[in-house]
Design a protein around this ligand. Structure first.
Ligand code: ARG
Length: 274
C-alpha cells in the first residue's frame, strides 16, 4: 500500500513538473525600455509587472491575450531590447520602434501600428531659457545635441544637423532629461509625443527648441520587432494588430497612456544597457 502511495505521489509530482514547463512555453516574453512616455514608463504606485504602463503595454497585453499566452514584460535598456530579440531571449520587443531600413534588414518587423501622434513629428527640446532659440538646423552649429543610442532620433541628428554640431549618444532618456536640465548638453532630440509629456510635467525647466526634423512618412508609425525568420509569429502578430486597429483600440490605449503619463505617479526609468 505504502509503495503504491509513494508511486502515486511520484507520478503526481512528475505531472506537476511537466505542467510547469508546459506553462513556461505559454509565456510571451516582451522586452521594452520604460523610458519613453507615453509609450512605456512606470507607474510608481504599483509594483512588479503591474508597474509597467503605457500604450505599448496595453498592446503587449492584447497580443498575449489573443495568442492565449501569459505576458511577461522584461524591462531593459533600448539597445538591449534589440539585442534580446536578436539572441532570442525574448519573443519580441514592443518599445516604440520606428520602422527603419536597418531594422528591416536585421529583424522581422510587424505591420505598422499607430500610437496617436507620438511619432508623427520629431523635435528637439532645450532648457526653458532657450525656448525657440533654435529655429533651424544651422542654429545647432557648435552646440551639443543628445539623442538615444540605436534610435531613429540619433540617425535624424546625424543626417540633418550640421557637421560641427556635437552629437552625444545617451543610453536612456530618463537620465538624458536630467542631464539636459543640468546643462550637460544644449538640446535633446525626442519624439514629439514624449516631448509634450516631458514639457507638461516640467513646464518651468524645458521647452521646444523651435526646430523640427523633416521626417519621412515611413517613420511615423511604430512596429514590433521579432527575430529574423520568425515568420509564423510575425503573421500572427500582424493579424492581431489588424484586429486591434479595426476595434479602434489604438486611440483608447493612447488616451489612457497620456492620462497616466500626466499623473503624479508616472516615472520613466533608467535601465542598464548591457
Ligand atoms: N521611435 C524611436 C526609434 O525607433 C524611439 C524609440 C524609443 N523607445 C524607447 N522605449 N526608448 O528609435
Amino acid at each position: 500500500m505504502k509503495k503504491i502511495i509513494a508511486l502515486v505521489l511520484a507520478l503526481t509530482m512528475l505531472l506537476a513538473l511537466a505542467g510547469c514547463s508546459g506553462n513556461d512555453k505559454n509565456v510571451l516574453k516582451v522586452a521594452l525600455s520604460p523610458d519613453f512616455a507615453p509609450m512605456e514608463f512606470v507607474d510608481t504606485s504599483k509594483k512588479g509587472q503591474d508597474s509597467y504602463v503605457g500604450f505599448d503595454v496595453s498592446l503587449a497585453k492584447f497580443v498575449a491575450e489573443e495568442m492565449g499566452m501569459e505576458l511577461e514584460i522584461l524591462p531593459m535598456g533600448f539597445n538591449a531590447c534589440q539585442v534580446a530579440v536578436e539572441t532570442g531571449s525574448v519573443d519580441m520587443a514592443i518599445s516604440g520602434f520606428s520602422w527603419t531600413e536597418t531594422r528591416a534588414e536585421n529583424y522581422n518587423l510587424s505591420d505598422y501600428y499607430y500610437a496617436g501622434d507620438n511619432e508623427t513629428e520629431q523635435v528637439i527640446i532645450t532648457v526653458k531659457a532657450n525656448e525657440g532659440a533654435f529655429p533651424s538646423a544651422e542654429s545647432f552649429s557648435g552646440k551639443k545635441v543628445a539623442a538615444q543610442n540605436a534610435s531613429l532620433q540619433l540617425s535624424l541628428c546625424q543626417s540633418q544637423l550640421p557637421a560641427d554640431c556635437e552629437i552625444v549618444e545617451v543610453g536612456d532618456l530618463t537620465t538624458a532629461f536630467l542631464q539636459l536640465k543640468n546643462g550637460d548638453f544644449d538640446a535633446l532630440a525626442v519624439a514629439k509625443g514624449q516631448a509634450e509629456v516631458f514639457i507638461a510635467n516640467n513646464p518651468d525647466a524645458v521647452a521646444l527648441s523651435g526646430f523640427e526634423f523633416e521626417v519621412d512618412e515611413a517613420y511615423e508609425a511604430n512596429v514590433i520587432l521579432m527575430k529574423k525568420g520568425a515568420d509564423e509569429l510575425t503573421e500572427k502578430v500582424n493579424a492581431i494588430l489588424a484586429k486591434a486597429y479595426e476595434a479602434g483600440y489604438y486611440e483608447v490605449w493612447y488616451n489612457e497612456a497620456l492620462e497616466l503619463a500626466g499623473a503624479g505617479t508616472a516615472e520613466e526609468v533608467t535601465l542598464p544597457d548591457e
